[in-house]
Write a protein that binds this ligand. Structure first.
Ligand code: GLY
Length: 381
């Protein structure tokens, strides 16, 4: 993907400040090679359970196991099938069993080594086995490095929907090795980049300007801008999580684009070949900007800049780009009503006054949203 050295000794440390449960996010190329010593520092016990998927295991598991062994940590790995279906009760049972069978105690480590699916599932198991085990995140996708590995949300899915059963359980350490992203399929990297842009759009116009002005190319190519983008994203999230760990208020800003996006994911039956999460929220963020513009909240110029940047990097922006279609406006609205951010029947959206100026809008009128979606379905190309 690039001629950048695979390993570099630049490390960014982003603290997540939570009373009595603060932890560091360590970001850099080659951080995986320091996993043993870094984990030993926060987990003084000599054992670890690693939960991963077969893709990650093939490329990187032997290295993690060797690093743990060299720090005197005995590990056992559980390798699960990749994909969203793994966030299930059945997989949760396997992870809990594996942690108990490995005779892990409170000072030992439960390690999630993978993307958002592995992180959410393993974190939930770590939250409930022995009423809470020390948990380490080693995220291997861009999306999980900038979003799901940070902030302690853990969950599995049920047939009623995604992430409906879960807990807040903060990790004690996050190791984000940006070199692991070199082997990600381009579509997955690009979808993760949608979550990077999100931090610019929701509260940091300078970050969006920087990405838009060309830094995005070097983020994709694996230059030092990649570490910088991960650092800025994690730092933004850390501030919000420290302020509102359990999403009583501001943390909801992290859901910019997600209310529309989740409805699109539901419309394709969570079929990741048609639409992956990052693509859905790219369309969702573009819709949030256009909706805000139509409501007279945000300038047309900002809405257009957002659309253009997504198009430049190859992210989808319109309903017409969803393979197989999205169904009617009413179907999408039904999915929005099912969203857990709906409070007492009123629709809650994250809207914007411009790039970097998001806010929580409660009591959004469903009729206006339906009319907006109807217009998008007709004219969206
Ligand atoms: N992914 C949104 C959050 O962590 O709150």
């Amino acid at each position: 993907m690039s001629d950048t050295p695979r390993i570099s000794n630049i490390r960014h440390i982003v603290p997540v400040e939570l009373a009595g449960r603060s932890y560091d996010i360590v970001i850099g190329r080659g951080v995986l090679s320091e996993a043993g010593e870094r984990i030993r520092t926060v987990c003084p016990g000599g054992r670890a359970a690693i939960v991963t998927d077969s893709h990650v295991a093939k490329h990187h598991l032997p290295q993690l196991e060797a690093m743990l062994a060299s720090a005197g940590i005995a590990s056992k790995a559980l390798v699960l099938p990749p994909g969203e279906k793994t966030k299930s009760f059945a997989a949760l049972e396997s992870v809990c069993d594996a942690v108990i069978a490995a005779r892990l105690e409170r000072g030992d480590a439960v390690i999630a080594f993978g993307g958002g699916v592995i992180g959410d599932l393993t974190g939930f198991a770590a939250a409930i086995v022995r009423r809470g085990m020390r948990f380490i995140q080693i995220p291997t996708t861009l999306l999980s490095q900038v979003d799901s590995s940070v902030g302690g949300k853990t969950a599995i899915n049920t047939h009623h929907g995604k992430n409906l059963i879960g807990a807040f359980h903060q990790p004690v350490l996050v190791l984000a090795d940006t070199a692991l992203l070199d082997t990600l399929p381009e579509r997955e990297f690009r979808a993760g980049y949608a979550e990077v842009i999100k931090y610019g759009l929701l509260g940091d116009k300078d970050f969006f300007d920087w990405l838009e002005s060309g830094a995005w190319r070097r983020v994709f190519a694996g230059g030092p801008e990649r570490e910088e983008a991960v650092r800025i994203s994690c730092a933004s999230k850390a501030v919000i999580v420290a302020r509102d760990e359990t999403e009583q208020g501001d943390r909801a800003l992290l859901n910019l684009g997600h209310t529309f996006g989740h409805a699109l994911e539901a419309a394709v039956g969570y079929d990741g070949t048609r639409l992956v999460h990052g693509e859905a929220i790219a369309i969702g963020m573009r819709l949030a900007f256009d909706f805000s513009q139509e409501q007279g909240l945000c300038s047309g110029q900002d809405a257009l800049r957002v659309r253009r940047h997504f198009e430049t990097v190859g992210l989808p922006v319109s309903l017409a780009q969803v393979p197989g279609g999205t169904g009617t406006a009413e179907t999408l609205l039904d999915a929005i009503r099912q969203d857990k951010k709906v409070a007492r029947g009123a629709l809650t959206f994250i809207l914007v006054r411009g790039i970097g100026e998001s806010f929580i809008a409660k009591d959004v009128d469903a009729r206006i949203v339906r009319e907006f979606l109807e217009r998008q379905l007709v004219r969206d190309i």
